[in-house]
Ligand binder design. Structure first.
Ligand code: ADP
Ligand code: X15
Length: 408
């Protein structure tokens, strides 16, 4: 079944209708300041098209992982201000998710207005495993539109079966936004007639999510380069000490099995930059991967690893990269990410098709001064892209294919 798109909704006419848009506005923050507005910029075209066509636009989004309760540090206030700048129109922020303030503001919207609801993850029902709880929140979200429409445009979050991504689509006529459409179109190229060698580079800190993806991805690729916070569980699987580095203990057995089955595919760093604390001015030194001292944590891959990874990536004809190689936000631990990114840019220059995905990975590209056009595509989704490549059904896209919630 085909998915209805924003074009279909605009063709049908939206003037005077209230449209709920799920965007991924999960941008990196440093003390309340947005360090990279990439996801806001990428989300703006869908919102602008609707507002320009006279819709009353309600945007819902999350920021970080606030555990179902209000966390003032994760308020969408800075995001509302930045979205307003990018759109060139005032964006009002509701001070709650679906409460009295959101309801009053939704009722008061006039054609072309844009309202951003407060961080949807302040409501515990958003991420609940209980379908009835999610459905209740979805019903309250849908009610804000007074029978309007839902546009799914948060590509970075379509792999999450959450109320504002999945359940609400069942209650309203639903459409795929511009960003979701564009992302899927590019990623399709990484799953059909992929030019070999095909390299996937994985790093970052969402270790449990992404280790689960490796099992499905490993048989599909020629090379799996693993760095960032992902490599320490593999080291532990080899019986090596990892100090106080990120570790997913319950996945050690899985990593052992992966190392046995995909020994030729998996590349791990042979040296690591360790630190005595998680801070920008920590004491640091480079050690061999098998010599991480007790009490020290690995915060970057070492220079030898960068060299070896660069050689592997230099031969690749297709590259997908998700997850920084180290804590690039601290200058001391940014060299690994920069080195690997430069190697991918070089491979792209020689004709490889390259995609970098993920909020922080895309931010790293820009913040470390790499040319954005040095990659074939910069995707807003890390986990979402990985699950797409894995061939898994993405709940936020699959639900758009259903007829539930559609008119007629
Ligand atoms: N060795 C490490 N230890 C702890 N955190 C790490 C390490 N390497 C990278 N990171 C962190 O991983 C974060 C990004 O992870 P993730 O969310 O998985 O990536 P993305 O947003 O690109 O999908 C960055 O904030 C970075 O500081
Ligand atoms: O940052 C995100 O994903 P990513 O780090 O995989 O790119 C998305 O906003 C999803 O966030 P989540 O992984 O907390 O569900």
């Amino acid at each position: 079944m085909s998915v209805q798109t924003l074009h279909d909704l605009l063709d049908a006419g939206v003037s005077g209708r209230t449209v709920l848009v799920r965007s991924d506005l999960n941008v990196p923050l440093d003390g309340g300041q947005i360090t990279d507005p990439g996801r806001i910029v990428a989300s703006a075209p869908t919102i602008a098209a609707l507002a320009d066509a006279g819709a009353k636009v309600i945007v819902t989004a999350h920021l970080g992982r606030p555990k179902g309760q209000v966390d003032p540090a994760l308020s969408l206030a800075p995001v509302a201000a930045k979205l307003g700048d990018v759109l060139g129109r005032y964006v009002q922020l509701a001070h709650d998710v679906v409460g009295i303030d959101a309801q009053a503001r939704a009722e008061g919207l006039t054609d072309g207005d844009v309202l951003l609801l407060e961080n949807i993850r302040f409501d515990p029902r958003e991420t609940s495993k209980d379908e009835a709880e999610r459905a209740a929140l979805a019903k309250e979200l849908a009610a804000l539109t007074d029978g309007g429409a839902f546009v799914s445009d948060g590509f970075g979050v379509v792999h999450r079966k959450q109320a504002s991504v999945y359940d609400v689509a069942k209650l309203l006529p639903h459409y795929a936004g511009k960003l979701v459409g564009a992302e899927v179109q590019v990623l399709r190229r990484l799953t059909e007639d992929t030019e070999r060698p095909y390299a996937v580079v994985l790093g970052g800190s969402k270790v449990s999510d992404k280790l689960a993806v490796i099992e499905a991805l490993a048989p599909k690729v020629d090379t799996l380069v693993i760095g960032g916070g992902m490599c320490f569980t593999f080291f532990a699987a080899q019986g090596l000490p990892v100090g106080s580095s990120l570790l997913q203990e319950e996945m050690i057995g899985t990593c052992k099995d992966l190392l046995e089955r995909f020994a030729d595919v998996i590349h791990l760093p042979q040296d690591i930059v360790v630190a005595d604390s998680f801070s920008a001015d920590a004491e640091s030194k480079t050690v061999a991967a098998e010599q991480i001292p007790d009490g020290w944590m690995g915060l970057d891959i070492g220079p030898e690893a960068v060299g070896r990874f660069a050689a592997v990536l230099g031969a690749a004809k297709t590259v997908f990269w998700n997850g920084p190689m180290g804590v690039f936000e601290f200058a001391k631990f940014a060299a690994g990410t920069k080195g690997v990114a430069e190697a991918i840019v070089e491979a792209t220059g020689k004709g490889a098709f390259s995609v970098v995905g993920g909020g922080d990975s895309a931010a790293a590209v820009r913040l470390l001064g790499l040319p954005e056009d040095g990659f074939s595509h910069i995707s807003t989704g890390g986990g979402a892209s990985l699950e797409y490549l894995e061939g898994k059904e993405l709940p936020g896209i699959a639900v758009l294919e259903s007829t539930e919630g559609q008119v007629g």
